[in-house]
Design a protein around this ligand. Structure first.
Ligand code: HEM
Length: 144
């Protein structure tokens, strides 16, 4: 069972992190060059249909995997071991991702204009870096 859950976890990671890399490295530069935030919103509205379920699957499978490694959930918040520190780091990364998504919806999208794309670009880059950190921290469970 464990390995099937790891497969689902990694599949969700490929979609979430891969999608953000495409956004940050191909769509964002084009949008900045053309001063057209709509390019980002268009990509986002297509991607979120598979991206959000993937992130949620990654979190659900991640929590399940974490539970197999440390079934006492209070340990997750204790910095007691290397594994618990990684689990807490991943939960924190998820909280940051949610906070950035809410901030983008509430603060940025309504005020965006072609001459004011820096904050939007900063958000895209930050969420992409966090998505890569998810992968690096994940590999840390095995690789140290
Ligand atoms: C709260 C959310 C998450 C938790 C608690 C969590 C937990 C875990 C755990 C316990 C493992 C170790 C599995 C093993 O090596 O047997 C792992 C591995 C991994 N995670 Fe997560 N994860 C979370 C979210 C994510 C997300 C969103 C991504 C990617 C975007 C991700 C990417 C990875 C990768 C690439 C591995 C490496 C798998 C391997 O080495 O076999 N994780 N995660």
């Amino acid at each position: 069972m464990y390995k099937y859950v790891v497969v689902l976890h990694i599949l969700s990671a490929t979609v979430w992190t891969g999608g953000h890399l495409v956004l940050a490295l191909t769509v964002l530069p084009k949008a900045l060059k053309r001063k057209d935030p709509q390019l980002i919103f268009e990509f986002d509205s297509g991607f979120e249909r598979i991206g959000i379920p993937s992130l949620l699957l990654g979190v659900a499978t991640g929590l399940w995997l974490a539970y197999q490694m440390a079934s006492d959930v209070s340990v997750w918040f204790s910095f007691e071991s290397y594994v618990s520190t990684l689990i807490l780091t991943k939960i924190t990364l998820f909280a940051l991702t949610v906070a950035l998504a809410v901030d983008a919806r509430v603060r940025i999208v309504s005020k965006i204009s072609p001459d004011n794309m820096k904050t939007l670009a900063f958000h895209v880059i930050l969420v992409t870096i966090i998505s890569i950190l998810f992968v690096i921290m994940g590999v840390g469970f095995r690789g140290g």
